[in-house]
Design a protein around this ligand. Structure first.
Ligand code: NAP
Length: 268
């Protein structure tokens, strides 16, 4: 039996175990997915212990994504984003990847939204904002990053090819954009009556991905749907980062429908 897991602190409310175990069941894979909650300063020790114990693969979440980057050899995407969320132990040494980037790109692709050649606004410059900005720029979009703390947006934009940056007063650029990603925590429970983007900027030609998945239907997505925009909820991003991790670990196509069903059942 192969053992996969999630490294984080806290991890008790994680949605990853049911999502991955649904994939093992659908494909008849003899594996389990468990959670590990080491001390917050013990990322390197936890990775070394997992390798010693023969763990097949780990996802990594808050607060370890950055520390793990220094603890393992990481691919180019993870190094540019500055965070590892997936470790593969199948080679000679543990190797780090960032599948949040694939999660963003595949969420748009799944909804038949083209990124290449389009104008995108990313609201937020934290972990999700970094992944979204690199995903969109690498797929050919022109990216504008708007963030409450302007310096964080500027520092991220300096790393992302062709990106521009500004404060939340630049959100009026959404009116001329094709793609919008909310990568802030605004709109998340218990503040679900808030929205990161004033409704006046939303329009029918926009595709909106909200990284927030609790609640699944945020005020931003409701207001975007009201004006006829394409809406993509945060559960899709969560699903596709898991799909990309599963495929990296097993070399097999993920059973996307089974994973999606398990994830949405858990979110309900
Ligand atoms: P983070 O690194 O802490 O970044 C938080 C971001 O939100 C920062 O840009 C911060 O701006 C902004 N922000 C927070 N409160 C704000 C407010 N009241 N007004 C305006 N901006 C505000 O967090 P993260 O890891 O990027 O996560 C952000 C959201 O994405 C969370 O809801 C998380 O659950 C979600 N997420 C979803 C997925 C998924 O797979 N669906 C993956 C990762 C994250 P400042 O820089 O000014 O503080």
């Amino acid at each position: 039996m192969d053992v996969y897991g999630l490294l984080g602190n806290p991890v008790e409310h994680s949605l990853s175990p049911p999502m991955h175990e649904a994939a093992y069941e659908a494909l008849g894979i003899d594996a389990r997915y468990v959670t590990f909650e080491p001390d917050r300063d013990a990322a390197a020790e936890a990775v070394a212990a997992a390798e010693t114990l023969g763990i097949a693969g780990l996802n990594v979440t808050i607060p370890f994504k950055r520390d793990v980057l220094d603890a393992v050899e990481s691919d180019d995407v993870a190094r540019r984003v500055g965070a590892v969320n997936t470790i593969d132990f199948s080679g000679d040494a543990p190797r780090g990847y960032n599948t949040d980037v694939a999660g963003v790109e595949r969420s748009f692709a799944h909804h038949d939204v083209t990124i290449d050649g389009h104008d995108a606004v990313v609201v937020g410059a934290g972990g999700a904002g970094r992944a979204a900005s690199f995903a969109l720029a690498d797929a050919g979009a022109s990216v504008h990053i708007a963030n409450r703390t302007v310096e964080s947006a500027e520092s991220l934009a300096a790393d992302v090819p062709g990106a521009t940056a500004g404060g939340l007063d630049t959100l009026d650029r959404v009116a001329d954009a094709d793609l919008l990603v909310n990568a802030t925590s605004v709109g998340m429970e218990p503040d679900e009556d808030e929205t990161p983007v004033p409704a006046e900027h939303l329009h029918a030609d926009l595709a909106v991905l909200d990284a927030v998945y609790a609640p699944v239907e945020t005020r931003l997505l409701r207001e975007a749907a009201d004006v006829g925009a394409t809406t993509i909820d945060g559960a899709w991003m969560l699903l596709f980062q898991g799909v990309a991790a599963f495929e990296r670990w097993t070399g097999r196509d993920a059973p996307v429908d089974a994973m999606n069903e398990a994830l949405r059942a858990e979110l309900e």
